[in-house]
Design a protein around this ligand. Structure first.
Ligand code: AMP
Ligand code: ZN
Ligand code: FE
Ligand code: FE
Length: 293
């Protein structure tokens, strides 16, 4: 059974509607799919309808934007951590207010980036908004789409490698929820918190000290349920460390695509999958909502 627990729709930065995401997943042979738009549950209703029509299972999820203070190699830094929340109660007030606060932060940050870009490119805030469905979670991808529309790049990925790169002078980081607070929030909402693409994008020559084991141990102590180990951006060396940690603490390990649409990102539905036993554990651990067929 193909179980893919991470996908995005136009409710955040994916290119397909929730219905299209499920249609494409069905075509790829995926039977169980989580929709995990960034900081929103607004795609859930449509996803549930599509799954039911297609004879699939929809797993309600959110990819929560968080930030964590980390000590590694005697250096303090803030890292961005994406926390997948499976099956939380979408009506939980604390979770809802944290998400709406994040949406505000994201909007302010995107405006700042557009202001910086506007010094060198003919980009406007309206053009960025025109790339988004109404009420969708804003992020760099909408800015990238506007840049592509203006002819400054052929694809999102190209713009992400250029002016939207983390090291670019136009880049602004997002003020957001603390990672440890987010773990508590998700648990209190009956959800199952799993770190998305841990150490994603880090180079293959990672060293043990780059993985602050204490940081992960503290997160586990705070209620972290697992790691998304099988994801195209997680380096092989990190996978080994993470699997070891998961085994030591009896955690959940998942695998997913992180699909953003055919042209959003190269990630393809079902390219990584989650073992049925691990999926069962998520369902059994959750008390906020249930998968829908
Ligand atoms: P942000 O959260 O606003 O900093 O934007 C980063 C998000 O853009 C991540 O969640 C990525 O998954 C997403 N993204 C979508 N398309 C791309 C792409 N082509 N290259 C890099 N990141 C992308
Ligand atoms: Zn995304
Ligand atoms: Fe992510
Ligand atoms: Fe994602």
């Amino acid at each position: 059974m193909k179980i893919d627990l991470h996908a995005h729709s136009i409710r955040s930065d994916g290119k397909d509607s929730p219905t299209e995401v499920f249609e494409h997943a069905a075509a790829a042979g995926v039977e169980v799919l989580a929709l995990t738009d960034h900081d929103t549950t607004s795609g859930w209703t449509e996803a549930a309808e599509a799954a039911s029509r297609l004879g699939m299972t929809f797993v309600p999820g959110i990819e929560v934007t968080t930030r964590s203070e980390v000590w590694a190699n005697n250096r303090r830094r803030f890292i961005s951590v994406h926390l997948l929340a499976y099956l939380p109660d979408p009506n939980n007030e604390k979770l809802q207010s944290a998400m709406s606060q994040t949406l505000n932060f994201r909007e302010n940050r995107a405006k700042l980036m557009v202001e910086r870009l506007a010094e060198d490119f003919p980009i406007t805030w309206d053009l960025v908004l025109a790339q988004l469905a109404e009420g969708a979670t804003i992020g760099r991808p909408a800015i990238a789409d506007a840049m592509v529309e203006l002819g400054f790049g052929q694809s999102r990925s190209e713009v992400f490698r250029g002016p939207l790169h983390k090291d670019s002078k136009y880049y602004v980081s997002t003020e957001t929820l603390d990672f440890f607070d987010a773990i508590g929030l998700v648990r209190d909402a009956g959800g199952v918190p799993v770190i998305a693409h841990p150490l994603g994008g880090a180079p293959e020559h990672l060293e043990r000290g780059d993985l602050p084991e204490e940081h992960f141990e503290a997160a586990i102590e705070a209620g972290l349920a697992g790691f998304e180990v099988f994801h195209r951006e997680v380096p092989q060396v990190a996978r080994e460390w993470l699997l070891g940690l998961a085994q030591k603490h009896d955690l959940i390990v998942t695998g997913s695509s992180d699909y953003h649409g055919e042209h959003g990102k190269p990630n393809r539905l079902g390219e990584n999958t989650t073992a049925p036993e691990m999926y069962q554990r998520i369902v059994e651990t959750a008390s906020g909502s249930k998968p829908l067929n």
